[in-house]
Each structure stands twice: as structure tokens, then as C-alpha cells.
Design a protein around this ligand. Structure first.
Ligand SMILES: *Cc1c(COP(=O)(O)O)cnc(C)c1O
Length: 379
């Protein structure tokens, strides 16, 4: 597999199982585990990841869009799928959402009205803005909204919010304020007759850090894939003297050497001639560039792994190609494996390394890997 494609993404089933088991132990039996597989499962592959997550005991799947929900529905006819993003042209697409195992997050009463007309009716969850200011009704309007939903006899099955900055700090007063606001909103809804609502707010970081945030289900994305939401999340856990265990990254991104050449000292490499060899250099070309998902900020920085050794990136990242210095890896031949993210011998390149090198977060690094590459499940 993967020989015809310019690169391949390998997925470790045992890593996904390990990460889910870790959360299971943490959240206990009362909270359900939602595998967040939006955005092609953070670049890991939608159907492949959902298959592994369900196999490892995930209770439900969560996505951003209707299109992703429909693709999952074809593969998994009965699985509960939570649609978290706002749905453009809801009136036009509503008929395709008539599925009692779709759980849909809505932000407005009009959306509840449209979706409640469907039969079978999807489960409807109201999103509340408690301090993120993205989607949802304002927590301050909860009382009024609860009254209106009750008066209009609209169905409501759940209520949710999302934390804004749990990942960013080791000081969690904003998250605690959001949690308090959310708990108050839940009480207001209960007071108005909504007693069986499915309540949820935690993503990876908040599920790890705050026991009170786990509620009826946790929505775990980044850590399902074995990546930490941030360094601050790790630090917070250690400051709070909590032990979660180690996450196992599930993804390996591999390509192959496509071309090799020997360059004399003083040769320029790549667009803009930004690199000039300082010694006779053996150079390898790999068929992966910024189109395939490598950040162009990796030009002249960072490295890939060849036969357990680091091969520095030379010159600018091209659209579909990258040049590597393999001078000190003399046995290398055309067709040899190159690890872009993953392990080779004793060496490892992580999504976090790429994030550090390019000034972004691991979430962006993995979601950028081209969707059309094959995803291959191993172990
Ligand atoms: C993406 C997303 C999550 C998952 O967040 P992670 O930090 O990746 O665990 C949870 N909830 C909502 C609403 C999301 O959009």
C-alpha cells in the first residue's frame, strides 16, 4: 500500500485504543466518550479513525458539518453522530437531517423550529455562549429562552457549551467562570421543566483537568489522536497533582525519496537560492510540499528522518517537493522511506515539533495533511 501515492498516513489502532482507555479510566462510567472526528479526523482520515474509535468503545462521534455526518452515516448506520458546527442554509438541508441518531447543536430558536418539524426528529441540543463568543445563545438569556422553548413546545434533548481558554493557561479562572455560568443555565432549564437534558462542555483539556466538566459526555478530539492540547495542559495537570498517563500519537506520515544528487560546494538549492552548500552535499528530493500539507515556514528549518537519522530541510519548501541534506546518511537510495512525522530508529519527529518550528499548534499541523493521501491502519 501507499507505493503509488506520493505519501501515506499510517494510523496505529493500538494508540487510539490506548488513548480512549485512558479517558475511560479518567471519566468513569457516567460520562460518555465522544470521539471528535471533524475535519477528516484532524487529518487522520474520517472513516478509518471512526472505525478504530468505535472499535475501541467510543460511544458516539462528533463532526463539524452535515457533509461529514452523512459520510459517517453511510459507514455506520446506527451510530450517534453529534453535529457541532453551524449549518449553512439549514432550511435547504434540513430534510437530510431527519435521523433520530443525529444529535444537532443549535444556537437559535429558529433552528429548533425548523428541525423539530422533521420526522423522525434528530436530537436537538442548545449551545450556550458562556464566554467563548462563537456560537450559542447568551448565558444571560437562558431564562427567557427556556421559557420560550417550553411555551412553543419545542423538543430539546441537550445543552452544551465550549471553553475558550482552558488550553492556554495554567490559571483557570475564565474556565471556572464559564463552568459556573453553564451550571446556572442548566438549573434555569431544569426549573422550566427540562429535566432530562444531556449536558456537555468538556473537550480534551477540560475533560482532563476538571472533573465537574465531564457531565454526561466529553468531546475529545486532539487527545484521541494522542496529542496534548497544549504544554499548559500538561503543566496544569502537574500543578494540580493529577496524573492522566501518557498519550500515544496515532499518526505516522511517511514518504519516499524520489531523487538524489551530489552537489559541489557553493551550489544553490531551491527557489530564491536561499541555501548555498558549504561543502560537497548529497541531496534528496521528496515529493511533498506545501500543497501536501507541509508548512512553508519549514523552509531551511526542521528535518525529516531517513534510516533513523535527521535529514535537514534545505532551501524553500516547494509546492510539491522538498529537498533534504543526506550527506551524512550515505547509504540512502531512491525509494527509501522518509518519516515526516513519526519515529525512525531512535529518532522521532512529532506534530508538536512541526508546530514549534512553524509557530502554530499541533491541531493545525495534522489537519493540514492532504486528505487524498491513503490512510492505512496498522497494528
Ligand atoms: C473541536 C471541538 C472539540 C474537541 O476539542 P479538542 O481540544 O480537540 O479535544 C470539542 N467541542 C467542540 C465544540 C469542538 O468544536
Amino acid at each position: 500500500m501507499g507505493l503509488v501515492s506520493s505519501s501515506t498516513v499510517y494510523l496505529s489502532r493500538s494508540a487510539i485504543s490506548h488513548n480512549i482507555a485512558l479517558f475511560r479510566k479518567l471519566i468513569g462510567p457516567k460520562s460518555k466518550f465522544t470521539a471528535v472526528v471533524k475535519s477528516n479526523a484532524y487529518g487522520h482520515g474520517l472513516i478509518e479513525t471512526a472505525t478504530m474509535a468505535l472499535g475501541a468503545g467510543a460511544d458516539l462521534l462528533a463532526v463539524n458539518s452535515v457533509e461529514e455526518a452523512k459520510r459517517l452515516r453511510v459507514a455506520f448506520p446506527k451510530t450517534i453522530i453529534l453535529i457541532m458546527g453551524s449549518i449553512p442554509s439549514l432550511e435547504t438541508v434540513a430534510s437530510s437531517l431527519s435521523d433520530e441518531n443525529f444529535w444537532i447543536l443549535v444556537s437559535r430558536i429558529e433552528e429548533l423550529e425548523i428541525l423539530s418539524k422533521l420526522s423522525p426528529t434528530p436530537k436537538l441540543h442548545l449551545k450556550v455562549n458562556t464566554g467563548m463568543s462563537r456560537l450559542g445563545i447568551s448565558y444571560e438569556d437562558a431564562e427567557l429562552v427556556a421559557k420560550e422553548i417550553f411555551a412553543k413546545k419545542l423538543p430539546l434533548n441537550g445543552i452544551a457549551t465550549h471553553f475558550a481558554s482552558t488550553e492556554d493557561f495554567t490559571e483557570h479562572s475564565h474556565s471556572m467562570l464559564q463552568l459556573e455560568r453553564f451550571q446556572k443555565v442548566i438549573h434555569q432549564f431544569e426549573k422550566h421543566g427540562f429535566i432530562d437534558l444531556v449536558c456537555h462542555c468538556a473537550s480534551s483539556a477540560s475533560a482532563m483537568l476538571f472533573a465537574e466538566a465531564r457531565m454526561d459526555l466529553v468531546r475529545v478530539g486532539i487527545s484521541l489522536y494522542g496529542l496534548w492540547p497544549s504544554l499548559e495542559t500538561k503543566l496544569s495537570l502537574s500543578l494540580m497533582k493529577k496524573e492522566v498517563g501518557s498519550l500515544k500519537p496515532a499518526l505516522t506520515w511517511k514518504t519516499k525519496i524520489q531523487h538524489i544528487q551530489e552537489l559541489p560546494q557553493g551550489s544553490f538549492v531551491g527557489y530564491g537560492s536561499t541555501y548555498k552548500t558549504t561543502h560537497p552535499t548529497k541531496l534528496a528530493v521528496v515529493p511533498v510540499g506545501y500543497y501536501e500539507g507541509l508548512n512553508r515556514k519549514l523552509s531551511n528549518s526542521g528535518y525529516m528522518l531517513v534510516a533513523g537519522e535527521r535529514a535537514k530541510i534545505l532551501g524553500r519548501i516547494c509546492m510539491n517537493m522538498t529537498m533534504l541534506d543526506i550527506t551524512n546518511i550515505p547509504e540512502t537510495k531512491i525509494g527509501d522511506d522518509v518519516i515526516i512525522i513519526g519515529k525512525s530508529g531512535e529518532e522521532t519527529v512529532t506534530a508538536d515539533d512541526h508546530a514549534t518550528w512553524t509557530g502554530t499548534i499541533n491541531y493545525e499541523v495534522v489537519t493540514k495533511i492532504l486528505d487524498s493521501f491513503p490512510r492505512v491502519i496498522v497494528d
